[in-house]
Ligand binder design. Sequence first.
Ligand SMILES: C[S@@+](CC[C@H](N)C(=O)[O-])C[C@H]1O[C@@H](n2cnc3c(N)ncnc32)[C@H](O)[C@@H]1O
Ligand code: SF4
Length: 393
Amino acid sequence: MTVRLPDDPELAEEAAGLRSAYVHVPFCRRRCPYCDFAVVVDGDPGVDAGTEAYVDAVVAEIGMEAPGFGPLDAVAFGGGTPTFLRVDDLARILSALDRGFGLRPDAEVSIEANPEDWSDELGAGLVAAGFDRITFGVQSFREETLAFLGRLHDPEQAAGAVAGARWAGFRSVGVDLVYGTPGESIEAWQASVERALDLGVDHLSAYALTVERGTALSRAVAAGALPAPDPDLQADAFAVVDRACLAAGLRRYEVSNWARPGHHSRYNLSTWGGGEYVAFGVGAHDHRGGVRSRNVRRLDRYLAEIAAGRRPRAGSERIEGRLRELETTIVGLRRAAGVALEGLAATLVDHPEGRRLVEAGILAVRRGRVVVVDPMRTDAAARAVLSLSEADC
Ligand SMILES: C[S@@+](CC[C@H](N)C(=O)[O-])C[C@H]1O[C@@H](n2cnc3c(N)ncnc32)[C@H](O)[C@@H]1O
Ligand code: SF4
């Protein structure tokens, strides 16, 4: 079997034709100060119903999906904290997906895990249930950064979890790290990245810490109690992780993602390419038949809608024509493989704004594709695509 490189343009295009499913597990032990994902903690409306009630509701929602989708090439459990659920409950949801859509024999089945939840028993249970890919939300291997981010694990727990997952038999083991945390030096960041790579991870996601509206972090920054992340330091941090990954044999295939050959996330590649996916659970978004729908973010409302026999939708929009092209171009430019030189991408490089980006060394045309060559300036390329499209309307 040929091992595909994560930044292979053909792979990126083929992934758009894959069919996937996403399951959102909203429970968290506590709310991290920087997080604005759809999560619930003790005391939030609906939490008292318990995790079993949630699993029942997700299984019921899977049964409500219109027939004709599948078989699935990739399944992703994300959160929140999927490992907040018992393995039996995760397996129950996975079986419901298999019954509803069918899982291809080589389907990628991935789960996000928090290091503090790890045990050898959990790992063995997940592998036995059919999970073949695990990503730990490590964020950092530095104590002070973990404390700043309000995390519940320490660096040794994270290292033990990664080693344990390898031992348990996952095909791909990855970690998420965050850079630009106020107070963290570039040397400390480099040490964190090297620790992750020394553990032999197959996949690494590194995200620039973002101050999201409505979070405790944004309130502290607005009040002047904490500094905002420094964009220059974040650019240096990106260069550090990009270099270190390349030296360790992991290639960047998206602005925030690096993988060994054959270890890219099939689920992510397919969603970035505009592929179709069904999604279940609180706050989940799907994309099927040219329509994107999103579920309600409140757990109590989600449970009530399911109990009433209704799909717990908060809204939906048709993604077709120019809007679809706009989205796939903007998201596609985040990938190392870029986008084919046609349609909006071709218009972009012919336009004065696009030419300016090419002259500035931000954008380039390589082997019939438009690629962003300075990944830290991806937003500038996205803005140019957007302005072009607006001028068009
Ligand atoms: C929503 S979390 C879910 C996984 C898991 N609960 C955890 O916390 O590790 C997925 C990833 O998003 C990233 N993330 C969440 N909020 C972020 C923020 N404000 N800025 C940058 N990255 C963030 C973290 O790296 C995290 O691992
Ligand atoms: S970062 Fe992860 S653990 Fe923290 S609140 Fe968000 S989803 Fe939960």
